[in-house]
Design a protein around this ligand. Sequence first.
Ligand code: AMP
Length: 249
Amino acid sequence: MKALVAVKRVVDYNVKIRVKSDHSGVDLSTVKMSINPFDEIAIEEAVRLKESGVISEIIAVSCGVSACQETLRTALAIGADRAILVETDVELQALAVAKLLNALLVQEQPDLILLGKQAIDDDCNQTGQMLAALANLPQATFASKIVITEQHALVTREVDGGLETLQLDLPALITTDLRLNEPRYVALPNIMKAKKKPLDIVTPHTLGVDVTPKLNTLRVKEPPIRSAGIKVKDVATLVEKLKHEAKVI
Ligand code: AMP
């Protein structure tokens, strides 16, 4: 069984984001970039499935600039077998990534497709759902447990009311939630080994996909600075303030 895992290069979650002075976007020039945390969980899950003998090959895929090769090397160090970079300098939006991944699904024919539930830079939470629609695949989003049998995936997912379990026919697409697993610490020998694993580079053009952005960003602004809170002496004062000052009740 083959798994394809999508990994995105994003601003590291520890970095404090700054908006560019011309408000055209976020300043990425000097910030640390890392693998999207939900995608690290997706790779970890695929590696655990491989270690338990369910999966035989893991392909990590990233779409974006040449530096995404570093992200793919991280995925290879965690345990992916090979990697594909769809290289482009065009700013990729969710639909374009879904189309690129869909083109690779046609080539690779994986049984299991894993993505993060969302990328922590744009917080779109769209790519997995769009890809499942384009590829006409059964999907389970926000997975907190995955059990694979010969023809099915049993996926426990976190929904507002608690946990829901879905049975999907394979091939299927699953997006990962935070509680699915805790990714392993990558040891130096695995980082060294990852440098020798195959990494193919293709382009949107060779995949026959038009990645021209469909959405224009008009302006990016910092969120307003929150004013300091106050302490009130009792509940009656709190209710009074909520009614007459904040006007929320
Ligand atoms: P999003 O819809 O942007 O929140 O992203 C959801 C998931 O789609 C991510 O966690 C990744 O698994 C995948 N994804 C999004 N953009 C890319 C990209 N440029 N390259 C590879 N995977 C991506």
